[in-house]
Write a protein that binds this ligand. Sequence first.
Ligand code: SAH
Length: 341
Amino acid sequence: MKSLVDKLEKERILSRDEFKQLLSEKNEYLFERARAVRHEVYGNEVFMRGLIEFTNYCKNNCYYCGIRAGNKNAQRYRLSRAQILECCELGYELGFRTFVLQGGEDPAYTDFVEIVKDIRTAYPDCAITLSIGEQSYETYKTLFEAGANRYLLRHETANDAHYKQLHPEGMSLENRKKCLWNLKEIGFQVGCGFMVGSPGQTMDCIVDDLRFIHELQPAMVGIGPFIPHKDTPFKDCKAGDFQLTLRLLAVLRLMKPDLLLPATTALGTLDPQGREQGILAGGNVVMPNLSPVDVRSKYMLYDNKICTGDEAAECRSCMQWRMVSIGYDVVISKGDPICIM
Ligand code: SAH
């Protein structure tokens, strides 16, 4: 196992069988190396992103997601332009220099480009990250020109058959990947990612994910455990494996030393120390919630999502002490990737 870790660190990719072997069991050396590499590139700094969940309307029906169009129990909301700008204002005061605007695919949100322009004008020293799903090349380009810098679009799974198990007809892995390549071509810092333990996922699917990531060379990768939501077709499926998620974070760090790698809310939902563990496994980003408290519980992607009751300032300070408690430091910075090659 030690030799596989060394090989991954050196070559940044492994064969299918090697990846499967490396992921199959506990391996302290893997975490040690991932942490060491992370320290070489980013020291003990943790970048912070302020997450603004601005709409939970969605036209899609992904089988895993709590805000899927078919969930009639979801209470829908859409933040106004003024509300979004208020979140940014508060976030800026709290030291956030990246705003992540995430939402369902909400076609009724027509003034979104204007909102991006407003944020860009008001906060020239901040990064704007968008996470609003699959859009046309032209839409992505317009958003980039309006001032957005980064785009998160998890590919969800790089295995075609598995993709079809997670999504209804009309959605395709091909289009998802096309979107990611388009975003990259336009000039966004791109983030892909996947859920660990989504229904139907095999180790081969995970290796497909790692190979796709190796091919795409994204600036960021968001991974977190799948967690069932009670109003979805996957309500009776079991959650993803916590330890496997940590191992994957470490593997990703070794595959791409400068990667922006969040310790996600889903990881924190599965285990009270999840985000700390995620950082110790090689992560370097946390994403405290900046959404207004009254909408938090409506952006329920999965059951028991944490931090739905706390004010932004509480989330900010909670994250600070969590990171300090493990020897890391949350920094006031845009947090761009450090180019090492
Ligand atoms: N509409 C946007 C944002 C989706 S929500 C988009 O398509 O990119 C952000 C991420 O939450 C998804 O990409 C998915 O990977 C994750 N997610 C959704 N449902 C989940 C669940 N039940 N468990 C864990 N993660 C989930």
